[in-house]
Write a protein that binds this ligand. Sequence first.
Ligand SMILES: [Zn+2]
Length: 457
Amino acid sequence: MSLIISGGTVVTADGRFQADVRVDGGKITALGLDLAQSGDEITDASGKHVLPGGIDVHTHLSMPSMGTVTCDDYYTGQVAAAMGGTTTHLDFCIQSKGSSLRAALDTWHGRAKGQAVIDYGFHVAVTDPLPEVLDEIAGLPDQGVTSIKLFLAYKDTLQVDDTAMFRCLERARDAGVLTLVHAENGDAIEILMAEAIARGETAPKYHALTRPPELEAEATGRAIALAEVLGAPLYIVHLSCRPALARVREAQARGARVTAETCTQYFFFTKDDLDRPGFEGAKWVCSPPLREKEDQAALWAAVGDGTLSVISTDHCPFRFDTQKTLGKDNFTLIPNGVPGIEERLVVLHQAGVRGGHFSLERFVALTATNPARSFGLGGVKGAIAPGYDADLALWDLERPHTITAKTNHGAVDYSLYEGMEVRGMPVTVFVRGQTVINQGRLITERGSGQFLHRQRI
Ligand SMILES: [Zn+2]
C-alpha cells in the first residue's frame, strides 16, 4: 500500500506542475497523474500546492549562551518548525573549552534523543582548537557531521583567531567538511562595546551601533582570503549588510568556493527597531545586528541574483520576560538572538513571493533545495522527485493568518512579526511520509524525528 498525495500542484526549484506524489517506505517513488490504485491511502491535495518541507540550516535549540540557555528545546523548537512547514534543521553543537568535539556531539545527541519530531543534523562549532581537536575534524564525516563553525566574534568565549581559522579551514577541506563562519571582527567590537558602556550608553540600540557593517565586511573578507589561499569551501552565515555582500560577490566572481546565507529577520527590521520605547528593543538584539533599509533592498536583490543562496533563521530564542531582561541595564548582557523558526516560511512567502521579490520556485530553492545541496543532503532532502525523502508541506496559498506569539508553538514569549497578516500557510506536513501536522494540528509522536548522516561536501 502506498501513500498518494493526490491532485495538488507540485512546486520544485525548477517549476510547477499538476501531479500526484506516490510515497512508499517514506520515500517518493513516483510523480504523475492519477497514480492512485485500490488499497492506497489517499491524501487529497486538490487546491493545494505541494512544496518540499523547509530546511533551516541555522538554529540554536537548548544552547547555553551568555549565562542562560535558549528557551526552545528539541521538542518545542521542532514543533514550531513543523507548524511553519519546516521538516529538517541543522543545529549548532558547541565545543566546550578544553573538551573534545566528540563530547560536544554526545551532549547534543542527548538533548535531541527522544524529543525530535522532524529530522535534524549538527554543525560542530570549534571554540578551542587544541591539536587533538584539529585531529578530530577528519573523523567528523564518519559521525554524519560534514560542517564546522567558527566564530570570529564573541571574544574570550567563542571567538577563534586567524591561526585557528586557517588550520580549521585546511583540515576541513581535506576531510570534505564545509567551514561556516560568523564573520564579525570580535576584537574591535569588544573595544567599541566597552567604550560605549563607559560613556553610559547602555540601551539596546547601542548593540547595533557597536557592531558596524564595516566590521562584518572585514571579517567576511578575511575569511574569504584564507579560504581562497587554501582552496577550501566557505559558507558565510547570517550575512546582513551591503559591504559584506560586496566581498562575497567579488569572491564568487573570482571563482572562489564561497556561498552565503542571510536570515529572515534582516529583510524585515532595521537597527531602528532596537530603539523601540523602554526595553522593547532587546527583542531585536541579534548578531550581526539589524541594519538599514538600503541593506534590506540589497539582500532582496542578492537572494534573487544568487549571490545569497540560502535563507535560514538563526533561530536563537530567549524569552523577553526573564532572559532578555538580563541586559536591562547593560546592552552587552542582553542574550544575542531572535526567534523565527516557525515564521520563516510564511513571512518569506508573504514578503518575498507575494511582494514580488522572487517566484514560488525560487522560494523553494532558497529555503529547501539549496540548503540541502550545500550541506550534504543532496538527493535525499529538499526536492520532490523519485528517491527523495517524502518531506512535504501542503500549502494553502490563500489561507489568511495573523502572526502572534499567542498562537505560535515555541517556548518564546514574543514574535518579531506580532500582528503581521499573511496569506498562505502550510496546512499538512509530512516527514518521510509520516504526517506530522494535519490541518494545523500536531499529530506525530515525540521522538519520531531522525538524526541525519550527511554526505561529504
Ligand atoms: Zn547563529
